[in-house]
Design a binder for this molecule. Structure first.
Ligand SMILES: NC(=O)c1ccc[n+]([C@@H]2O[C@H](COP(=O)([O-])OP(=O)(O)OC[C@H]3O[C@@H](n4cnc5c(N)ncnc54)[C@H](O)[C@@H]3O)[C@@H](O)[C@H]2O)c1
Ligand SMILES: [Zn+2]
Length: 336
């Protein structure tokens, strides 16, 4: 009965270490980002067919999902098939969605190739696509049979993508593990291997999702920094600025810390302390837009209910609380 809430995180040194996990699969289909073709190539021999996609937000659409489904059908995929997604969050979101609707649902698994997807997108079962300009408007929550984490794939990941993932990594530790937060800041500052920290962040997220898979309560904490981040991303799109999701999340967390201080919830100096950490870790920390711009897009965010937004507010590293405020109240408190 609780089968859908099983969340399995596996790991290995190398991409090829996933092979034992898929050894018994008679019908394996890879759905991979063409950008990571060499990584997918390492395990392509185990698959019946490999379906390449181009990972961009414009392509993160029903058209691409339909094309994946069509290729599965043409290859003769039955209900026993397993889809293995190899790529970043765009790929795992779309492959998982395609699998979840193909023949009313076949199994899928994830082999995330970005830091962001390893600690966030490929864990937790949210799948989906954009609808016109609205991000992740269509989708379902279905857990993958496993998520396989390997640091090997990060060797080819561009620095900016790494920083983007680092923001989500620090976010997870700010929510649930103060010691890991401190360690992650040090490791990022020294440019060392993130290895075990990636696994730790993925398991913290998995634990939260296990307790609240459909985001009725606790899972909301994973949105730390995201109400502000989505508003910043909205503003960036209007101005045609180049601001990545991870960059927006880093800045969003700092705004959440400031709000938390202004409301008397956080220890004083938290924002400045986090800012120093984020700078050391190589994250972007300057808010590029006037705070007044943020209220309107926050009110439109799909997570806003009855005019209020559930703001996730850090109290200290490892501890957050949830407060419902209207976006206007939040912005007023920030500016005051
Ligand atoms: N399902 C969820 O819970 C969840 C959570 C967070 C984000 N997301 C979604 O994830 C997406 C963002 O994920 P992302 O940052 O992984 O994006 P992505 O899939 O676009 O990957 C980022 C870029 O890196 C490239 N790339 C991927 N792996 C690489 C590698 N190993 N080496 C070199 N290049 C590589 C990709 O081609 C792409 O250009 C968004 O669409 C977001 O909505 C989903
Ligand atoms: Zn995010």
């Amino acid at each position: 009965m609780f089968k859908d809430m099983e969340i399995r995180i596996e790991s290995g040194e190398r991409v090829r270490d996933v092979l034992p996990l898929i050894a018994g699969e008679g019908e394996l289909y890879l759905v991979y980002d063409s950008e990571v073709a060499p990584w997918a190539g390492e395990i392509a021999g185990a698959a019946r067919a490999a379906i390449a996609i181009e990972a961009s937000e414009e392509n993160k659409s029903m058209d691409t999902v339909l094309s994946i489904c069509r290729q599965l059908m043409e290859a003769g995929a039955s209900r026993k098939a397993l889809v293995l997604a190899v790529g970043g969050g765009i790929t795992t979101d779309m492959a998982g969605f395609a699998a979840s609707i193909y023949k009313r649902g076949i199994r899928y698994a994830n082999l995330p190739t970005t830091l962001l997807a390893q600690v966030d997108a490929a864990v937790g079962g949210k799948t989906g696509v954009n609808l016109d300009d609205y991000k992740n408007m269509l989708g379902v929550i279905v857990q993958p049979v496993f998520t396989f984490l390997t640091p090997e794939v990060l060797k080819t990941l561009p620095e900016r993508e790494l920083c983007s993932g680092a923001a989500e990594l620090l976010k997870t530790f700010l929510i649930g593990d103060a010691a890991a937060y401190g360690e992650a800041v040090r490791v990022l500052r020294e440019g060392r291997d993130l290895g075990k920290l990636i696994l730790r962040a993925a398991s913290i997220k998995a634990d939260i999702v296990r307790r609240d898979p459909f985001e009725h309560g606790e899972r909301r904490v994973l949105n730390l920094g995201h109400s502000f981040a989505h508003a910043l991303e909205h503003e960036a799109r209007l101005r045609e600025d180049d601001l990545s999701h991870g960059e927006a999340v880093g800045i969003g967390i700092l705004l959440a810390a400031r709000l938390s201080e202004r409301l008397g919830l956080a220890e004083t100096g938290l924002e400045e302390r986090l800012r120093a950490d984020f700078v050391a870790a190589g994250l972007r920390t300057d808010c590029p837009y006037p705070l007044e711009c943020l209220a309107a897009p926050m009110a439109k965010d799909k997570k806003a209910a009855d005019g209020t937004v559930h703001f996730i507010l850090p109290v200290r590293p490892g501890e957050v609380i949830i407060r419902a405020l209207t976006p206007a109240e939040a912005v007023r408190a920030l500016i005051a």
